[in-house]
Ligand binder design. Sequence first.
Ligand SMILES: [Cu+2]
Length: 279
Amino acid sequence: MKTVLNTLVMTVALTLSGIVAADTMSIIDPYVRAMPPGQKVTGAFLSIKNDSDSDRSLLRAESDVAKNVELHEHVHKDGMMQMREVEKINIAKGSTTALKPGGLHIMLIGLTRELKLGDIVDIKLIFDDGSEQIAKAPVKKILAGMGMMKKGMGKKGPMGDMKQMKHASPMPNLMGVVKKNAKQLALNGDQMKALKQWSDVNQPRVWEWVGVIISTEKQLHDAVLKGASRDELDKMTLTILDNRQKIIRTKILCVENLRAILNDDQWNKLMEIYAAPAK
Ligand SMILES: [Cu+2]
């Protein structure tokens, strides 16, 4: 009898704590940005509502779809917009904090699998009071960039994002060509390793910059309609240019790096493959 009573008490206590936890912090409309195939970085967005009677902060996020999960913010610095990691994200009592494109967000870096439209990504959120919540975030396409909001412009489907990519970088993507033709180029183990090291470091950075360009262009589009000042519009334009320049510089370094890693035969072969019309 005593055991039954204990079990009963425990059950009631567990149920109550479950309700309290669910009632104080709620996760609203989580989603993950769909990216083109092969892309290793993406962002997750959601709102967190704090109905508890004390301020809270989100300390960490975890997910098995990415090797690294970071909390990020966009900051305007010297007229430029940049992304950087933050220690925590505050949610004051009685308020809602929104993580959205161009603002605070969760960065999923080093995706461990392909995320397809409609997939549900589990993201564990860990708060400063030790509580945890799992956000079930569907993978969604985010229409971004000027004109994309209008019907008929900007094609739906994976090509939409691919176009954005090209748009953000008018540079040759030799690394992709090398990876695709590794066998034909007869790359050795050391070369493969050197290329992988380069990609691991630089690919996520480039994708962050692409993300900033896409979200800033969207902001610029909206700001013009709202009649923002020339000054504000210029700042956004500079942010876009700054990030474009960073991408272009990285692509230039990438070509130089490839030239250094490949021997002459491999390099000539690569130029041949690159120049050949796509089948
Ligand atoms: Cu970020």
